[in-house]
Design a protein around this ligand. Structure first.
Ligand code: SF4
Length: 332
């Protein structure tokens, strides 16, 4: 059976782009592969970039990311879900991988270049990030990695590291393959400035746990078809982000009604947005309710994460023993 690994950044509240692009996919893979779906909130990665790392918020954001994933339907009793820093084998394997990875290859990573350009002093950890990511995946001998397309280079490097290790120490790791969820790429930001989450702040995002009245305030002022100036002007839903959201949250009948109503000026944009809000309310309300129940029972969340770390370590330990032996460390 394939073993799936995915790392989840503890970036605070996830938005609907994360939800449709990644989180729903985690739930689906979890139903298919059970405990062989391994999901990890990557707090060790979060501290590598001083521009976005806030120590006072890290624990809270890590907790909230677990709550959000459980609230959308990820069942911690069916999958393996834990926090990266709770499984120290990630760091141990990462160190071994740094000794196999040329600095030049790490410096070529596009994400490293983008992030390091914005820093006055670049921490070595930011450079080593892809070696830690390779360790995250290979520590479980995972062969399937659901990621965004911006991670292609890192997955390629992971495959390269696996090959290098196997060549140096004998066949140990599979070469994992990335699986992409294309839907993530098509979700526009609510401010109309490209992909959701790409522009700074929360102006472009709709949080999956955001209160519905706050969502409405964003939808109300969201740009629509710019050619539709007056209520009587026919519009083109194909160029409107509100219509893109309808495709995510509304039923087929509503989508068809909106499409026809927009093109014939049969409906106005505010009515169209209200219909969208109704679809969002239906979809997001049960998630909000589950999140509230989880926040009211923090012990459940902490216990689930502790159990997840235990399960992850049970898989990781024998693999690390095999690695230690092959590398030649003294066994006591
Ligand atoms: S009617 Fe709806 S789909 Fe058409 S332009 Fe207005 S908001 Fe967009």
């Amino acid at each position: 059976m394939p073993r799936v690994f995915s790392g989840i950044q503890p970036t605070g509240e996830p938005h609907i782009g994360n939800y449709f692009g990644a989180m729903r996919n985690y739930v689906r893979l979890g139903e298919e592969f059970g405990k062989n779906s391994i999901y990890c909130v990557v707090d060790l990665h979060a501290i590598t970039n001083p521009a976005s790392f806030e120590p006072a918020l890290l624990a809270q954001r890590t907790f909230e990311m677990a709550v959000a994933n459980f609230a959308v339907g990820l069942d911690p009793s069916r999958v393996t879900f834990f926090v990266q820093s709770h499984v120290p084998e990630h760091q141990e394997l990462s160190w071994i991988f740094t000794t196999l990875t040329p600095v030049g290859e790490l410096e070529r990573m596009t994400q490293y270049k983008d992030k390091s350009e914005q820093l006055e002093s670049v921490p070595a950890g930011l450079l080593m990030y892809p070696a830690l990511m390779a360790a995250d995946i290979l520590l479980y001998k995972a062969d399937t990695v659901p990621v965004g397309e911006d991670q292609t280079q890192h997955i390629e490097l992971t495959r390269e590291i696996a090959r290098k290790f196997n060549h140096a120490f004998g066949e140990t790791f599979p070469e994992p393959r990335a699986v992409y969820n294309k839907q993530a790429l098509r979700i526009p930001g609510v401010d109309g400035n490209g992909k959701m989450g790409k522009s700074k702040g929360e102006s472009s995002t709709i949080g999956i746990l955001e209160p519905l009245d706050a969502i409405w305030q964003k939808l109300r002022v969201a740009p629509t078809d710019p050619a539709r100036v007056r209520r009587t002007d026919p519009g083109n839903p194909d160029v409107c982000l509100i219509f893109d959201y309808h495709k995510l949250f509304s039923g087929l009948d509503t989508i068809q009604t909106v499409d026809a109503g927009c093109r014939t000026a049969g409906i106005g944009c505010i009515d169209c947005k209200k219909t969208l809000l109704a679809g969002m309310t239906e979809h997001l309300s049960p998630i909000h309710e589950r999140a509230e129940a989880l926040k009211a029972d923090p012990d459940f969340v902490r216990d689930a994460l502790a159990q997840g770390a235990k399960e992850a370590r049970a898989v990781a330990r024998p693999i690390m023993e095999e690695v230690r032996e092959k590398v030649g460390f003294l066994k006591l």
